[in-house]
Ligand binder design. Structure first.
Ligand SMILES: *[C@@H]1O[C@H](CO)[C@@H](O)[C@H](O)[C@H]1NC(C)=O
Ligand SMILES: *[C@@H]1O[C@H](CO)[C@@H](O)[C@H](O)[C@H]1NC(C)=O
Ligand SMILES: *[C@@H]1O[C@H](CO)[C@@H](O)[C@H](O)[C@H]1NC(C)=O
Ligand SMILES: *[C@@H]1O[C@H](CO)[C@@H](O)[C@H](O)[C@H]1NC(C)=O
Ligand SMILES: *[C@@H]1O[C@H](CO)[C@@H](O)[C@H](O)[C@H]1NC(C)=O
Length: 348
C-alpha cells in the first residue's frame, strides 16, 4: 500500500491508558509531550533522522573500536566477492537445507567462522533454500566488522517446543556493526522470535518475519539501531505478538515497514531514548504504543519519541501510552505522535 503523506492534514490521536486512573504512578509529562496537528519536528530528534538507504551507502568511514584493537580504513562499500573468503555460506558449513534436518549447529558454526575468525567485513549467507533451524545464538564480540547476515532463503523454526530453553529462536548478542539484509523469510512457525541484545550500530534492512510466537523481534540494550523495509506479519488473532518491542535502548529508528501481527505493532518499553518511527503501516493489531511502563523497580523513563507519518488500520487502539497498575514511579516525556492516519481503529 502506498500513500502520499504530504496530502494528509488530519491527525487522529487516541491515548488510552491500559489501566485505570488509580494506576497512574507513571507521570506522563503533558507539558513536554506534544500532540501536534501540523507541528514541527522536535529539535532533539531531528539530528537523528536518516534516509532509508541500503546499508553499504551509510558510510562506515570511521570504524569503532571492536575490542582487542581498532580496525581502520575498511571499505565496506565494496561488494563482497562470492568466491572470496569473506562470504560464509551456511550450506558450505554443513547446513543440509532440506527443510527437515535441523541446521542450527551448522548456522552456529558458520557464525563463529564469520564473526570470530575473520577480520574485516564478513557476510553470513543463507542462500535460496529452505532451512529448518532450532534456537541459535549468534554471539559477539566479532573480529569482523561489519558483519552482515543475508537471508535469501526460507528459514523455518523447529516446532519441537522442547528444543527451546527460552522464547528466543534467533538471538544476536554483543555485536558492533551487525547488518541484517536479504529478501528471505524467517518463519517462526508459531513458536519463536528474534532478539537483538547489546548491539551497537545495527542496520536491519529487509527483515521478513512471519508467524512468530510472542514478540516477533525485540531490541534490548542496543545503541544506534536502524530498522527499515521490514515486513512482520502474524494471524490477527495471535496473542502478544508485538512486531518489534524496544527496551533499554537508545537511538532507534524504525521506518518504511509493514507490521500486522494482531498485537502492538511497535511497543516502546522502558528505559528508551531517542526513538523515531516513521512510515510504518500497522494493522491489524493493537496500534503503536509506549509501554507498558512501571513493571520493574529499576526501569528508567521513555524520552524523545517521535512517531510520524504512520498508518494504523484495523486496530483496537491507535497510539497509546500504557502503564501497569503498580506503585513504581516513572516518566514518559517528549513523546510526539504526528501525522498518524487511522482507519478502522476503535476509540475506547
Ligand atoms: C513525512 O512525510 C512527508 C511527506 O511525504 C515527508 O516530507 C517528511 O520528510 C516525512 N517525515 C519523516 C520524519 O519521515
Ligand atoms: C557498545 O557500546 C558500549 C558503550 O560504548 C560499550 O560499553 C559496549 O561494550 C559496546 N558493545 C559492543 C558489543 O561492542
Ligand atoms: C549509527 O550507525 C550507523 C551505521 O550503522 C553509522 O553510520 C552512524 O554514524 C551511527 N551513528 C551514531 C550516532 O553513532
Ligand atoms: C514507506 O514504506 C513503504 C513500505 O512499507 C515503501 O514502499 C514506501 O516507499 C515508503 N515511503 C517513503 C516516502 O519512504
Ligand atoms: C480490515 O477490516 C475490514 C473490515 O472489518 C476487513 O474487511 C478487512 O479484511 C480487514 N483487513 C485486514 C488486512 O485485516
Amino acid at each position: 500500500m502506498t500513500r502520499n503523506f504530504s496530502l494528509i492534514q488530519i491527525l487522529l490521536l487516541v491515548f488510552a491508558w491500559e489501566c485505570c486512573a488509580r494506576a497512574a504512578a507513571i507521570f506522563i509529562d503533558t507539558i513536554n509531550t506534544q500532540i501536534l496537528l501540523n507541528g514541527i519536528v522536535p529539535k532533539v530528534n531531528e539530528q537523528f533522522l536518516r534516509p532509508a538507504e541500503a546499508p553499504w551507502h551509510l558510510g562506515f568511514s570511521t570504524l569503532p573500536n571492536i575490542g582487542g584493537g581498532t580496525v581502520n580504513d575498511i571499505k565496506v562499500n565494496v561488494d563482497l566477492n562470492e568466491n572470496g573468503g569473506l562470504v560464509f555460506d551456511v550450506t558450505k558449513h554443513g547446513a543440509k537445507a532440506d527443510g527437515e534436518t535441523d541446521d542450527a549447529q551448522a548456522f552456529m558454526t558458520t557464525w563463529i567462522a564469520a564473526c570470530r575468525n575473520t577480520v574485516g567485513p564478513a557476510k553470513f549467507l543463507i542462500p535460496q533454500d529452505i532451512f529448518l533451524v532450532g534456537p541459535v545464538t549468534f554471539a559477539g564480540p566479532c573480529k569482523s566488522f561489519p558483519i552482515t547476515l543475508e537471508n535469501q532463503g526460507t528459514v523455518k523454526a523447529t516446532t519441537d517446543i522442547s528444543a527451546y530453553s527460552s522464547s528466543e529462536w534467533f538471538s544476536i548478542e554483543d555485536v558492533t556493526g551487525f547488518i541484517l539484509t536479504g529478501s528471505g523469510v524467517f518463519d517462526g512457525q508459531g513458536v519463536s522470535s528474534i532478539k537483538f541484545s547489546r548491539l551497537n550500530h545495527t542496520i536491519i534492512d529487509g527483515l521478513t518475519s512471519i508467524n512468530s510466537m510472542g514478540f516477533h523481534t525485540s531490541v534490548f540494550y542496543c545503541y544506534n539501531f536502524t530498522a527499515t523495509n521490514m515486513k512482520i506479519t502474524a494471524p490477527h488473532n495471535s496473542p502478544n505478538t508485538d512486531g518489534m518491542h524496544l527496551s533499554t535502548s537508545k537511538l532507534v529508528t524504525i521506518s518504511n515497514s509493514i507490521i500486522g501481527t494482531g498485537d502492538d505493532c511497535v511497543s516502546i518499553g522502558h528505559s528508551t531514548e531517542n526513538i523515531i518511527i516513521t512510515n510504518v503501516t500497522c494493522g491489524p493489531g493493537h496500534g503503536l504504543s509506549v509501554g507498558s511502563l512501571g513493571k520493574y523497580s529499576k526501569e528508567k523513563g521513555v524520552y524523545d519519541v517521535l512517531v510520524k507519518n504512520c498508518t494504523i488500520f484495523n486496530a483496537t487502539n491507535g497510539a497509546r501510552i500504557k502503564t501497569f497498575a503498580s506503585p513504581i514511579p516513572g516518566l514518559a516525556s517528549r513523546i510526539v505522535f504526528e501525522d498518524i492516519v487511522m482507519y478502522n481503529v476503535k476509540i475506547l
